[in-house]
Write a protein that binds this ligand. Structure first.
Ligand code: MTE
Ligand code: HPA
Ligand code: MOS
Length: 750
């Protein structure tokens, strides 16, 4: 699989923050954090840490020259705790020393005297006590209260889904280098260079132009570095600013797991009503989001939950309410899907419960209620270019799904201690940031005199392949060899006011901005070419495979010659492109609008085998038909679909976060928190991209691919339930992910 970084990765030469050659005089930072989930600080004593060997400085909130405030959407989060402690792992002091070990050793010598208070870890309890970040929001369409009496069956239930650790390979890291006149260069492992720049400026009381943020690549982000890289960059920046020396802060794995936020756990109540024929008439749901101790991105994530209430189905009467509940856990944050998966798990659970009541297979209800062209979502948008049914039908054809279910029945009839199960999982995911203003991007393209090209955009490479996609867009737009193009680091000095690389929009937005910049240069080059070729018009000129063509005929003028000529004729060989997604809006006062440029569709079928003696299981196969538009880079898209599926399977099955009642994360290392590995990966992972799929709403007819495939993994939960019910026919279903082997065992025997 060829991606730009692969040769560097496999030879260990790709540079991450901790690999940047050490600048003269570098100091290392370690963070002292709250040992309790809730309490009041009586005394924070840093004297012993200051006296510790190699220590150069210890900083608390009192040392912050600007505002002690890192909240992005809502300003409710201090960089360093003051008098109130809100979660275990909340930074309270930063220790800086000549070596990493010295800094860590000194941080352990800080003494904290506290008055503990009872912590809240459960979102329903927080809700009952009125601990909410914002007033609950409701999306509604039709009239649920009147619809219930039209229904032949109405079922209710409760659904819980667990959080998820991002487990990016590169932990949170920052290196800050002071330059002349109080300026700082910050190398940060962040999805949001401008976010780091803005908040660091706020904390230090500096104008943003004094701070340059530079990002080469991330060893994974998955949403965990959309907002939460900022803390570590700001702590290092504070120390570097105070001491006027370079400072590096790299979290070790356990600290990263303890201190940083994860996917939001949700607890939800649903009620669903259907006609006898399986048509869903009404759906009511209440989402309790466990937001953690600060808002972070929780309100935006809640909004995306509401947008995905009905997944890939049309339901005429819907009422969905959602609440952001403050608890004393580390602030939960963005994670692939951004609240969408949590909503989709609930509607899929509701459908299973209804199917049980109606004595029909769940897939009959799923198929019956799939979205059709021009159906209206509960937020008022009509679905366009709906490919829900096309993907579903293609999956049935491609994978002979009827046979899969028949084979499972045959297998189960002849095996008493092994049971197989299967489930379908259709997805529909909205593409665009739900905060409309974030849907903008810029690119800066330079053509050098030798004909090589340098491209800067707002996009951050985190393994998702955005750089190779932008490179291909540039090479195609100019019609030059890919080898001529280089993608630069993401730098706030070259491209300003960057939205985070998130919401799967990285290549949609930045690819388009790069294309716009290239086209400006191309126009100028065509004019130059027409001046060089006597009697020709710019509109008859075209560049193809590095050759200038006139009315489709070779002219003998090549790309590098053209560039050299353009330069001597003083033609501008650089351009800045800007793109903002057109025609999207959302009005929160009525919860109506057209927030998404388009939707991504697909259908997965997941097959499992449960060992009914042990409760262990295998995911045998995941087969997918995915609507990927026209792929800009097929190996990258395939990799994104595969990776998303595996990560989704992990969330649904084995990745369990366990907190004590005191709010302490008990699963804070690889020995207690298990992520999918190669042995867990299903032996059959078939991905079929819908053929002849187009998409006029994104660059080169492509479709965003980063997040949607994650949600195919949800099918695994229901495939497991399906197998478990084959062993325990008639036993009530339960909806509480992840479905760990312990839970399977308990269902089978307790
Ligand atoms: N793939 C890899 N390898 N590493 C990542 O960190 N992040 C995911 C997805 N795929 C991620 C990834 C998330 S959460 C998002 S929003 C998108 O990539 C962001 O990149 P894109 O917008 O360029 O697709
Ligand atoms: N996705 C990811 N990040 C975001 C979004 C979104 O929809 N809205 C605001 N930040
Ligand atoms: Mo992705 S959760 O939008 O970074």
């Amino acid at each position: 699989m060829k991606s730009l970084d692969i040769p560097l990765h496999v030879t260990g030469r790709s540079e991450f923050v901790d690999d940047i050659p050490v600048p003269e005089g570098l100091l290392y930072a370690a963070v002292f954090t709250s040992p309790i989930a809730h309490g009041i600080v009586k005394k924070l004593d840093v004297e012993n840490a200051l006296k510790s060997e190699g220590v150069v400085g210890v900083f608390t909130f009192k040392d912050i020259p600007g505002q002690n405030q890192i909240g992005g959407i809502i300003q409710d989060e201090p960089l360093l705790a003051e008098h109130h402690l809100a979660f275990i792992g909340e930074p309270a002091a930063v220790v800086v020393a000549e070596s990493r070990i010295q800094a860590k050793t000194a941080a352990k010598k800080i003494a904290l005297d506290v008055n503990p208070l009872p912590p809240i870890t459960n979102p329903r309890e927080a809700f009952a006590k009125g601990k909410l970040i914002i007033s609950p929001r409701t999306f509604a369409i039709g009239d649920v209260s009147n619809a219930w009496k039209e229904c032949d069956v109405v079922v209710e239930g409760r659904v819980d889904s667990g959080g998820q650790e991002h487990f990016y390979m590169e932990t949170q890291s920052a290196l800050v280098v002071p330059r002349e006149n109080g300026e700082l260069v910050i190398y940060s492992s962040t999805q949001s260079p401008t976010g780091v720049q803005r908040i660091a400026a706020r904390v230090l009381g500096l104008p943003m132009h004094k701070i340059e943020v530079d990002v080469r690549r991330l060893g994974g982000g998955f949403g965990g570095k959309e907002d939460q890289a900022t803390t570590w960059a700001c702590l290092a920046a504070l120390a570097a600013f105070k001491l006027n020396r370079p400072v590096k802060l790299v979290l070790d794995r356990r600290d990263d797991m303890k201190m940083t936020g994860k996917r939001h756990p949700y607890s939800s109540d649903f009620k669903i009503g259907l006609k006898k024929d399986g048509t869903i008439l009404a759906y009511e749901v209440m989402f309790f989001q466990n937001s953690g101790a600060a808002a972070d991105l929780s309100t935006a994530i809640l909004e995306r939950t509401l947008f995905h209430t009905t997944n890939s189905y049309f339901i005429p009467n819907v009422k969905a309410t959602a609440a952001c509940c403050y608890t004393n856990l580390p602030p939960f944050t963005a994670f692939r899907g951004f609240g969408g998966p949590q909503a989709m798990f609930v509607i899929e659970s509701a459908i299973r419960k209804a199917a049980e009541e109606l004595h029909v297979p769940a897939c009959v209800l799923q198929e019956k209620n799939l979205l059709k062209e021009n159906d209206t979502f509960p937020y008022g948008m009509q679905v366009e270019n709906c490919r829900a049914r096309q993907c579903w039908e293609e999956a049935y054809r491609q994978y002979r799904i009827d046979d899969i279910f028949k084979d499972i029945q045959t297998f189960n009839a002849s095996h008493s201690l092994k049971k197989k199960g299967a489930a379908l999982m259709p997805i529909c995911f909205g593409i665009s940031f739900t905060s409309t203003f974030l849907n903008q991007a810029a690119a800066l393209v330079h053509v050098y005199t030798d004909g090589s090209v340098n491209v800067s955009t707002a996009a951050v490479e985190m393994g998702q392949g955005v750089n190779i996609k932008i490179l291909r867009v540039v090479s195609r737009t100019f019609s030059i060899a890919p080898e001529r193009v280089k993608i630069e680091t993401t730098n706030t000095g070259r491209v300003a006011n960057t939205s985070p690389t998130a919401a799967s929009t990285g290549s949609d937005l930045n690819g388009k901005a790069a294309e716009i910049a290239c086209n400006q240069i191309l126009e100028r080059l065509k004019k130059t070419a027409s001046e060089l070729i006597t009697g020709s018009n710019p509109q008859d000129i075209e560049i193809r495979d590095e050759q200038v063509l006139l009315k489709g005929q070779q002219t003998g003028l090549a790309w590098d010659k053209l560039i050299a000529e353009a330069y001597t004729r003083r033609v501008h060989l650089s351009a800045h492109g800007f793109y903002a997604t057109p025609a999207i809006y959302f009005d929160r006062s009525v919860e109506r609008g057209k927030p998404f440029a388009y939707h991504v569709f697909g259908t997965a079928v997941v097959e499992v085998t449960v060992d009914c003696l042990r409760g262990t299981y295998d995911i045998d196969a995941v087969r997918v038909v995915h609507d990927g538009g026209k792929s800009i880079d097929m190996p990258v898209d395939r990799g994104q679909v595969e990776g998303g599926i595996i990560q989704g399977l992990g969330w649904m099955t084995m990745e369990r976060l366990l907190y004590s009642e005191k709010g302490q994360l008990l699963t804070d290392n690889t020995s207690t928190y298990k992520i999918p590995d190669i042995k867990f990966t299903p032996p059959v992972l078939d991905i079929h991209f819908l053929e002849n799929s187009d998409n006029s709403k994104a660059v080169s007819d492509s479709k965003a691919v980063g997040e949607p495939p994650f949600m195919y993994g949800i099918g695994a939960y229901f495939a497991l339930l399906n197998a478990m019910q084959a062993f325990k026919p008639g036993k009530p279903l339960f909806f509480n992910s992840p479905m760990t082997p312990e839970k399977v065992f308990q269902y089978l025997y307790l």
